[in-house]
Design a protein around this ligand. Structure first.
Ligand code: ADE
Length: 224
């Protein structure tokens, strides 16, 4: 999979994309991530990419030309399955949305800033909009990091134990069961004995019941 990210802050991606699972996926060539500095496509000598909104109002708007130049140059190189704008107006990211994105070969993530992007980009270039929740971030970069992480960990071969993404919370609309590790006892706090029983059938049954109970208590909406 190839992910192209258009941003005015490419540095914001350095740490999240160079650690842990995303780094491993890149090292194994399971994903290519390309960052594009939007200012490099500015048509203005000061490298501005924003301007005042027509009709007035607070805040600046990201201009059509740099974004369209950047997207056009990427589209000239390859076909894209989706051109996604990270925006609080979009479809809220869920495990289902992340699963859908894993089916694509090439996607573009466009990170918004200021009061948003010129509407003509949304109408003529963007194929979907994704929000990471009902709150407003200062820009789309953190949302693009979250989307990228949620997708990459699902790509075949990225996780060592392929079943571990399948048992993630939400993958089957249930939260994960509690987990424990050594020591068996800490200051009188013990691990549930069933987990040491060696009986896989009973252990899996217990885990499923715990998942159901936890989902019922914390996220009953998922069970509907
Ligand atoms: N940009 C600003 N807020 C956002 C959000 N909640 N999700 C995605 N992109 C955003």
């Amino acid at each position: 999979m190839r992910i192209d990210i258009i941003t005015i802050f490419p540095e914001m991606f350095e740490s999240p994309f160079n650690h842990s699972i995303i780094k491993r996926a890149k090292d194994k060539n399971l994903v290519e991530i390309h960052l594009h500095q939007l200012r490099d496509y500015s048509v203005n000598k000061h490298k501005h990419v924003d301007d005042y909104p027509f009709g007035g109002g607070a805040g600046m708007v990201m201009m059509i030309e740099p974004i369209s130049k950047c997207i056009d140059s990427l589209k000239a190189e390859r076909d894209y399955d989706e051109i996604i704008y990270t925006s609080p107006d979009g479809e809220v990211l869920s495990q289902k949305v992340a699963n859908r994105l894993t089916l694509y070969n090439n996607i573009i993530l466009l990170c918004g800033h200021y009061k948003g992007i010129d509407e003509r980009i949304r109408e003529h270039y963007i194929t979907s909009e994704i929000s990471i929740g009902d709150y407003v971030l200062s820009g789309g970069e953190l949302a693009a990091c979250v989307i990228t992480d949620a997708v990459i960990r699902l790509l075949p071969g990225v996780l060592n134990d392929e079943t571990s993404a399948l048992s993630d919370s939400f993958q089957d609309n249930l939260l994960s069961p509690p987990v424990y590790t050594r020591p068996y006892e800490f200051n009188g706090l013990k691990v549930p004995d069933i987990l040491l029983s060696g009986n896989d059938k009973l252990i899996n049954q217990w885990k499923h019941e715990q998942s159901l109970q936890r989902t019922q208590q914390r996220r009953p909406d998922l069970l509907k």
